[in-house]
Design a binder for this molecule. Structure first.
Ligand SMILES: C[S@@+](CC[C@H](N)C(=O)[O-])C[C@H]1O[C@@H](n2cnc3c(N)ncnc32)[C@H](O)[C@@H]1O
Length: 301
């Protein structure tokens, strides 16, 4: 990301959550009623008008079939997982690359019980904090904001904000790994594995390596590539958010196990499509280019 420029992808995925949340209750796959408050004027114009929203979603689906389903499906998958973690009991929640994630403000069972840390690139976090203040009048007491550039700084900075390494912690890392270098991904996972209490866990999504390095033979990849190139021309001179990291399909177990995790459970786009996009939402597709995984931190010897 460019210094001083907030993430545009963070705003785009929030706009998709906002649009999904406006669907009737029996049709929507995820519900983030705060998403609308976090987006800026251009996305708000699209989302607030029923007609423009429909056209924009149609265009997104025509350009990259399954992209919106991927983003909405992963939100639901992570929401369901977090709900389970809260029910089982966690002490801390760390949201890595938080963007305009509103889980700290919309989930029951956090306030007064779970300390939340939102970690993000300083440029994006500055905008997020201003929006939180505008929405709620002030910053909530149970949320700490930790500005970190994963490429330049280590997660140790969490300690300055009161993070405690012996507490049971859930880490959420949604829609971020693909924008990082392998070193930054490695440093983050190593920090989580070495600096969290018993039964701590992480949930994240990642791109398949074959897509990032251009060798994927999956149907439709060429089309996605063309759209991505167009996006790069339009957007990356502004924000510089190219895809830089992927994990080989089928390799996540070994990848995470080597880094100190176990109880690794992965699902794919096909799973999300079958689990969430049947019934009334029938017909919506989910990309087959990503993995969605959660894992627990191995007990220390
Ligand atoms: C696609 S957005 C996802 C935001 C949020 N997790 C969500 O799903 O709504 C990518 C996020 O990664 C963050 N990010 C990208 N590169 C980063 C870096 N080098 N250091 C810290 N954060 C970074 C951006 O600021 C942005 O919030």
């Amino acid at each position: 990301m460019k210094q001083g420029i907030p993430s545009i992808t963070a705003e785009a995925v929030t706009a998709l959550r906002a649009a999904e949340s406006l669907r009737p209750e029996n049709e929507r796959v995820c519900y983030d009623p705060l998403a609308r408050e976090f987006i800026g004027t251009r996305f708000r114009l699209l989302v607030n008008s029923g007609f423009l929203r429909m056209v924009a979603l149609w265009v997104v689906e025509r350009l990259v079939p399954g992209l919106a389903g991927d983003i909405i499906g992963r939100v639901r998958y992570i929401d369901d997982y977090l709900r389970e973690c809260i029910a089982a009991g966690i002490d801390q929640l760390v949201i890595l690359g938080a963007g305009y994630d509103s889980r700290a403000y919309r989930f029951d069972g956090l306030d007064g019980k779970v300390k939340v840390f939102e970690v993000d690139h300083p440029a994006t976090q500055k905008v997020k904090m201003a929006k939180v203040k505008k929405i709620f009048g002030s910053l909530p007491g149970n949320v700490a904001y930790v500005p970190i550039d994963f490429e330049r700084e280590k997660l140790d900075r969490l300690f300055e904000s009161g993070y405690e390494k012996n507490l049971k912690t859930c880490f959420i890392w949604e829609g971020v790994t693909m924008y990082l270098t392998p070193q930054a991904v490695d440093d983050t996972l190593t920090f989580v594995a070495n600096n969290s209490g018993k039964d701590s866990c992480i949930i994240f999504d990642y791109l398949f390596k074959s897509f990032v390095d251009g060798t994927s033979e999956m149907e439709g990849v060429q089309r996605i590539e063309a759209v991505r190139k167009a996006y790069e021309l339009l957007d990356e001179p502004l924000t510089d958010e190219p895809f830089t990291f992927g994990i080989e399909e089928g390799n996540i177990g070994e990848f995470l196990s080597q880094k100190g995790f176990w109880q690794i459970e992965e699902v794919t786009g096909e799973y999300l499509e079958n689990a969430y996009f049947r019934g009334v939402g029938h017909g919506r597709r989910v990309l087959r280019l990503c993995g969605f995984v959660h894992a627990a931190v191995k007990a220390k010897q």
